[in-house]
Design a protein around this ligand. Structure first.
Ligand code: NIG
Ligand code: FE
Length: 411
């Protein structure tokens, strides 16, 4: 059953005609979510409006409001473009979903590790034996540019079919300059939807380097600057964890981003409590991602900061780890977003409805919290709150049929 309308069909492809939908049963403007900065949300913050009119062009909202208001502004809009009336054969108009954490460009799969994990080996042990991130690095280095574009577009289409309008994608399966550059160029080439490109050169030890510090030195003395000159990324990420990178190395990386004001996020406190999330808030990260093992003071730090906590329950499920304590974060006042963390090793999932369900069933998030976590809050995590995650003029929207809520979060 199709839950979502093809967003491109919401308007004429000639780009000249806009479509006016009349009497849309439900419009979720998320006005309240925005007013509350995505924090401590209740159902009324979704700001449900009945029987709205909406003018949409190429998947973007030009205008919405009541029938009476339309009568007042219709002349102005029809002077500017051709308008076609259409019956609203959907239930809900709302901001498109924003997927704010993926590792979507890679080759191969990690099925053999599934068996090893079933035999009791941990994610880190598999990594130390040459599996894990490194095995995907080898496959991705070998893969052609075109094949990487093709597989990434196919994955984006799966997200798009669920209402996702923007996707963040990290590099990190190249680890040397040439291969990281290739991956970032692949991201730039993708056309299915708009993307945020995140440079994750410090994802793991480059197999050609003798130690982690050598990787940091190489990235800081050369790779970062060269890739930045080529404008190949929008922001930077790093994996801070035992046997991966340290808080000190994270700090050095962030210092080197300062002069160009490059935004950053961090894989923090995923498998152990490293206090990286607290440090990241202090340094001004856009988001702390995973954020599973947090002390009370760390939760307070996140709640008081402008940093979004991006929770990734797909990875916790797949690694049979504990889920992040979403309630503790939300009740303390943190802005919480959700994402798939799609990658071949720890979260090979692309179903955002299922992520929403996990968040509700295993992390006790409420329905409005989940909807905001995949729209306004995930847009905020990427610093994209103008055209995404709200219903301002120009925003990317989606429409869903009556059944979507039953599947999205089980309501
Ligand atoms: O977000 N934690 C680090 N990076 C990914 C896993 C990548 C991999 O195992 O291939 C994550 O879980
Ligand atoms: Fe990740």
């Amino acid at each position: 059953m199709a839950l979502i309308h093809d967003i491109n069909k919401l308007s004429d492809q000639t780009n000249e005609t806009a479509v006016l939908f009349k009497n849309i049963p439900d419009t979720l403007s998320l006005e309240g979510v925005k007013k509350k900065d995505g924090r401590k949300l209740v159902e009324s913050d979704l700001s449900l409006l009945k029987n709205q009119y909406a003018l949409i062009k190429s998947g973007r909202l030009l205008w919405y409001g009541s029938e009476k208001k339309w009568d007042e502004v219709s002349q102005e809009y029809s002077n500017a473009q051709k308008i076609e009336d259409k019956k609203a054969d959907f239930q809900t108009l709302m901001p498109g979903f924003v997927e704010c954490h993926t590792h979507l460009v890679y080759a191969g799969n990690r099925q053999s590790e599934f068996e090893l994990r079933e035999q009791g080996l941990s994610y880190q042990e598999i990594g130390q034996q040459g599996g894990g991130i490194r095995s995907t690095v080898q496959k991705t280095r070998e893969a052609s540019f075109d094949s990487l574009v093709q597989s990434a577009e196919a994955r984006l289409k799966v997200l798009q079919s669920q209402g996702v309008v923007h996707c963040e994608i990290k590099s990190g399966y190249g680890l040397d300059f040439k291969s990281e550059k290739k991956i970032l160029e692949v991201i730039k080439k993708l056309e299915t939807m708009t993307t945020t490109s995140t440079y994750l050169g410090l994802h793991s030890q480059n197999p050609d380097s003798s130690n982690l510090q050598e990787c940091v030195d190489k990235v800081l003395s050369h790779d970062l600057e060269e890739l930045n000159k080529l404008k190949l990324f929008d922001r930077v990420d790093i994996f801070v964890e035992k046997n991966f990178f340290t808080n000190d190395q994270f700090k050095k990386l962030i210092e080197s981003l300062k002069k160009d004001s490059i935004p950053f996020c961090v894989h923090s406190d995923q498998l152990n409590e490293n206090r990286t999330s607290a440090l990241a808030c202090e340094l001004g990260a856009q988001s702390v991602d995973h954020a599973v093992h947090l002390s009370d003071s760390c939760v307070e730090n996140i709640a008081k900061s402008n940093t979004t906590a991006v929770l990734l329950p797909g990875a916790d499920f797949y690694l049979k780890e504990v889920y992040p304590n979403a309630r503790r974060l939300i009740d303390a006042g943190a802005r919480v977003a959700l994402a798939t963390d799609h990658n071949p090793g720890t979260s090979p999932f692309l179903n955002i409805n299922w992520i929403g369900l996990l968040a509700r069933l295993e992390m006790k998030m409420t329905l409005p919290e989940v909807i905001a976590a995949y729209t306004y809050n995930s847009a905020r995590a990427l610093g994209l709150d103008h055209d995404y995650g709200n219903l301002q003029s120009g925003a990317y929207v989606q429409t869903q049929t009556k059944e979507w809520l039953e599947l999205f979060c089980g309501d």
